[in-house]
Design a protein around this ligand. Structure first.
Ligand SMILES: [Zn+2]
Length: 648
């Protein structure tokens, strides 16, 4: 399958190792405009860049931010300044705007994270203070506007803040490692005030930092991102490097993603090794510690590039100048941010064979890179519909497995289909409904990881098998084209597929995303007439009363005669409880529903992948059920008579 990509190999420039991240050559496509750069170096007050990129390719208005941070690695501290040019893209007036200040919600060893708001001031007059309120337990800050902000209007102000990232801990921001081992990394995610999203469903989404799922939900915005740090630091950050100004002990970097992004991140280490190549017009780079050289060397960069090539060609173009994959200290496998993703340094030590751990490295890189399409470019509320981008990202990672390793199940250590069919919690009557918010999952004891990372991609695979690969991928392309730089809900992806196939897909989406339980089929009411050779039977879904919607799925059905010869084989649609009738060439002895492949039914762990109905050779024209009933009645009468005689 890999040879399919040979046509792109001409675009690839050989891998080159570089000592420092920014000595590589940046290849900006000519359509990118550079901003004028005003250096804040040598000046205590941070200057502002007003010349934002203006791109003809994107319609719509976006907020614009200049974020400037000065990093002090000794105390894992930054002094920050966020210039806000907030665009009201909603149909309501705002009197105040909330910002997430997540750091204090993150895990830490002994020093918690903190974002401290120093002041909020008018952009034109820094002496004019704008009132704000901080709600630490919610990790929210409200800026109280001095005037009503009407729809399609902008509000400008400046937030000065200090941020300390957690020491240790295995969360999304931390300082970790030791200089003795050449392993210190400072990772800054969600480290500055990020505006909340207003939507029609929730109003302002002011959710605090959650430990279930990724609690993030951001609008797209243009960013100019300035970082000042020790000159011996190697910096990986969201956006292309526009300028680098060395000033003795410190160096100032200006990063610009050029196109809107949902947030920015950066990581700093004196010990990063960097590998880069230009691919598809993007500067692709990996940043990792020397201790992991053998594990990451070339492989990590190749996986990143392969993912970029596949997803560019399958869904739509990644428009940014850079794509970084950066090593991190964390509990989970990796984490996505726009233009830059993090991959755990622990993978090499996971308790598997080296070969399996290498496969995990590939899978996690591909997964996080894929979030550039499903999370950053097409965004959604991670709290309400986190299963949407996670489910699509998992499906797409498995599609990478199919394209590069000839197997959609290549990365599935335990097959999704097996996990979903015997979902452990179902035996306790607990739901595996996908379309739930993180809060609902917690309240209903639903395993969020199961529904978002296992069941959701499986349902997308079922849709692919139902629509066929061509229409399925056309649907994803349309979805990407329509919603890139925007925010989506579940019905948006359904609409894209419906527009491709030209029919409603309620019958698919409603049951598979909104039902609590999978189908649980059983045979009932069968009858065989030896004169007419007509077999009739009903397949019931025993879980139908527990669900909101009837399932429809196509299931292979086989009928055998007494000598075990197959006398009928057909894929039948089971639409809720369904009656069947067949005229057969021979007398049947067994009917089987075959659950191989991607037939989705609730099973016990010891169940066979089939459901059988045994048909005994009945008296012509008589139903087995009646026969049993009559026999039982005769037996009962006999017992009564015998007992009566014994008593007598
Ligand atoms: Zn993910």
């Amino acid at each position: 399958m890999k040879k399919k990509y040979h046509k792109f190999s001409g675009l690839l420039i050989g891998i080159f190792l570089i000592d420092c991240v920014f000595t590589s050559v940046f290849m900006f496509p000519p359509k990118f405009q550079n901003n004028d750069f005003i250096s804040p170096l040598g000046d205590d007050s941070v200057e502002t860049v007003f010349d934002y990129p203006k791109l003809a390719q994107i319609s719509g208005n976006f907020s614009r931010y200049n974020l400037t941070v000065i990093m002090d690695e000794i105390s894992s501290f930054i002094e920050g300044n966020l210039t806000v040019d907030f665009y009201n893209n909603d149909g309501v007036n705002y009197t105040r705007i909330p910002f997430h200040i997540y750091l204090s919600g993150m895990e830490y060893a002994s020093r918690p994270g903190l974002i401290e708001i120093v002041n909020v001031t008018d952009l034109d007059d820094p002496n004019l203070a704008i009132p704000f309120d901080v709600y630490s337990d919610q990790q929210i800050m409200w800026v109280n506007l001095t005037a009503n902000l009407e729809p399609q209007k902008r509000a400008e102000f400046m937030i000065q803040f200090n941020a300390t990232i957690p020491d240790g801990g295995i969360d999304r921001s931390n300082s970790h490692g030791s200089d003795i081992n050449n392993s210190t990394i400072y990772k800054f995610g969600s480290f500055y005030p990020i505006p909340c999203v207003y939507d029609n469903k929730d109003g302002w989404n002011t959710d605090s930092y959650l430990t279930t799922g990724d609690p993030f939900y951001f609008d797209m915005a243009y960013y100019n991102f300035f970082i000042e740090a020790s000159s011996d630091m190697i910096i990986a950050a969201t956006g292309g490097l526009e300028k680098k100004l060395e000033n003795g002990a410190t160096t100032l970097y200006h990063f610009n993603p050029i196109y809107p992004v949902r947030e920015v991140t950066f990581s700093a280490s004196k010990y990063f090794q960097v590998q880069s190549k230009i691919s598809n017009g993007v500067n692709v780079s990996t940043f990792f510690l020397k201790k992991d050289f053998d594990f990451w060397n070339v492989n990590a960069l190749n996986h990143t590039e392969n993912a970029l090539i596949l997803f560019n060609n399958t869904f739509g173009i990644y428009p940014y100048p850079t794509l970084n994959v950066v090593e991190e200290y964390t509990e989970y496998g990796g984490m996505e941010y726009p233009n830059q993703v993090y991959i755990s340094e622990s993978i090499e030590r996971w308790p598997n064979t080296p070969e399996v751990n290498r496969r995990y490295l590939e899978q996690i890189i591909v997964h996080e890179v894929c979030h550039q399409w499903w999370y950053n470019l097409v965004g959604n509320d991670e709290v309400d519909v986190g299963f949407l981008d996670e489910g699509l990202t998992c499906w797409s990672t498995d599609y990478y497995g199919e394209k590069y390793h000839n197997n959609w199940e290549y990365f599935q250590n335990k097959l999704y289909i097996d996990e979903v069919r015997v979902y452990y919690y179902a035996s306790y009557g607990l739901s595996s409904k996908i379309n739930q918010t993180v809060y609902e999952c917690i309240a209903t004891y639903t395993d969020y990881v199961h529904i978002a990372y296992i069941k959701a991609p499986l349902i997308f695979e079922k849709l692919r098998l139902t629509l066929g690969l061509t229409d399925f991928l056309e649907g994803l392309k349309l979805y990407f084209e329509r919603h890139q730089f925007g925010l989506v809900i579940l019905s948006d992806i359904q609409q894209a597929f419906e527009d491709i196939v030209g029919q409603s897909l309620d019958w698919f989406f409603f049951p598979w995303f909104d039902n609590e339980f999978l189908p649980n089929y059983a045979f009932s009411n069968h009858n065989y007439n030896t004169d007419t050779k007509r077999l009739t039977f009903t397949i019931e879904d025993l879980n139908e009363p527990l669900n909101h919607y009837k399932y429809s799925q196509q299931v292979p059905l086989a009928i055998y005669d007494a000598s075990k010869q197959l006398i009928l084989s057909e894929d039948v649609w089971i639409n809720g409880t369904t009656e069947f009738s067949f005229v057969l060439p021979n007398d049947p002895s067994k009917v089987s529903l075959l659950y191989d492949n991607y037939i989705l039914v609730q099973l016990d762990s010891d169940s066979e992948l089939r459901l059988d109905l045994i048909i005994s050779q009945a008296i012509p024209g008589y139903d087995l059920y009646i026969l049993i009933l009559v026999s039982l009645q005769i037996l009962a009468i006999s017992i009564v008579i015998i007992r009566k005689r014994v008593r007598d």
